[in-house]
Design a protein around this ligand. Structure first.
Ligand code: PHB
Length: 391
């Protein structure tokens, strides 16, 4: 027991902990929800991650072994699983994390243990703001990045009054906060807001009744996974869609589950950092490979897993010999990917990428994503992050 504790402590102090020699195995801890409202998201990130490892593996001699752990979308469980991956399984790197709440819960442990974390979803602004760390690199998006420009865009379309609704946890609060910042700075008015109990709300009816009575012209929402499916379907069956168009963060109508939403999703307009209909060569190759593997078009979650794997391969190929240099190499990756030019901002370790406004429309073989606008890539403000002094 004592030996184990000393070994664990040594590991904890060791951003400099040696990585296996090149050509040996790098152990990756995939920390994802495999149960709860975000289970499908976790599975899609893993599918993308495995595809990315396979696609780019020949860029490095290293081989990768995967250990999976289920966060259950619960912050304390996520922390316990992160500890298990680092202390018991002795992984060299962690990839994953879907919920902003889980990311907030594991941030200090990751930072203090010096294990590189590649964030493959959670948009928690603080993780690349005041809580940033040289060990945390985000290959997905930040909550602010996706929503603030949509506030400006929506106002430019002539919408003046909105009602907002999102789950009551870090991501819901931050996404709506960023949207409201953009929308009100442009001159818009928020006439009402609702934050619904996370993971437990089944019936959105009472909230939709308040939205209807609010005098808003439109509703702006963030929901994802199982909650998005329920919300979008109930919004339509409540008869709101015609009277008050539905806008949101694009996870609302993700290609991962838009078929489960069905016609209720048609006409919803939302902002996201990736849709499978983006036209570029890297995306064509990715969509074809993902379809061949799964029979489905890839979602934003799949591309985040794919790009996280590509970043890991690229960082490993630099010959990084310990965790600290692997983390440094991760923060310097850049490539032409399915989302277009993809790079990390050295001031925060957050990804910089364009944002797409898209409408869900009926296509030849089902629902598809029609791009209405491409909003320019903007780096988030450093918000207290001082990484640029060290990177
Ligand atoms: C988050 O908690 O940061 C989160 C979860 C699911 C999404 C997007 C963001 O689709």
């Amino acid at each position: 027991m004592k030996d184990k504790a000393i070994g664990a402590l040594a590991g904890l102090c060791a951003g400099a902990l040696a990585l296996p020699a090149a050509a040996d195995e790098i152990k990756v801890g995939l920390l994802l929800p495999y149960s709860g409202v975000y289970a499908a998201l976790g599975n899609d990130i893993e599918a993308g991650f495995r595809l990315g490892l396979a696609a780019f593996a020949d860029e490095t001699e290293a081989r990768f072994a995967i250990v999976r752990e289920d966060t259950e979308v619960k912050p304390p469980v996520g922390l316990a699983k992160a500890r298990k991956l680092v202390l018991d399984d002795q992984v060299d790197v962690i990839a994953g994390v879907v919920s902003s709440g889980v990311l907030g819960a594991i941030r200090d442990f990751v930072h203090n243990s010096g294990v590189p974390l590649i964030v493959a979803n959670a948009g928690n602004d603080e993780a690349t703001g005041e809580q940033c760390s040289p060990f945390i690199t985000r290959m997905s998006f930040s909550n602010r990045q996706v929503n603030r420009p949509m506030g400006e865009w929506l106002h430019a379309q002539g919408v003046q009054k909105v009602y907002t609704i999102a789950p009551d946890y870090a991501a819901g609060r931050q996404m709506i906060g960023a949207f409201v910042d953009g929308f009100t700075a442009a001159g818009g008015e928020v006439v009402g807001q609702e934050f619904t109990p996370f993971q437990t709300t089944q019936d959105f009816g009472p909230y939709l009744a308040k939205a209807r009575a609010s005098g808003a012209e439109a509703v702006y929402a963030f929901f994802a996974g199982g909650e998005a499916i329920s919300f979008v379907k109930q919004y339509d069956s409540f008869g709101l869609k015609e009277a008050m168009p539905l806008y949101g963060a694009g996870f609302l109508t993700s290609p991962l589950y838009v078929e489960a939403e069905g016609p209720a999703a048609e006409g919803v307009i939302a902002a996201l950092h990736y849709v499978p209909t983006i036209e570029n060569a890297a995306n064509a190759a990715f969509v074809a490979a993902f379809q061949a593997e799964t029979g489905r078009v890839p979602s934003e979650y799949a591309v985040q897993g794919y790009d996280a794997a590509r970043a890991l391969v690229q960082a490993t190929a630099t010959g990084a010999a310990d965790r600290a240099s692997l983390a440094q190499a991760l923060a310097k990756v850049s490539f032409e990917g399915p989302r277009g030019p993809t790079a990390i901002d050295p001031a925060t370790n957050n990804i910089v990428q364009p944002i797409y406004v898209y409408e869900t429309v009926a296509g030849e073989t089902g629902l598809t994503q029609k791009v209405l606008a491409q909003l320019p890539a903007e780096a988030d403000p450093a918000n207290g992050c001082t990484l640029s002094a060290t990177n």
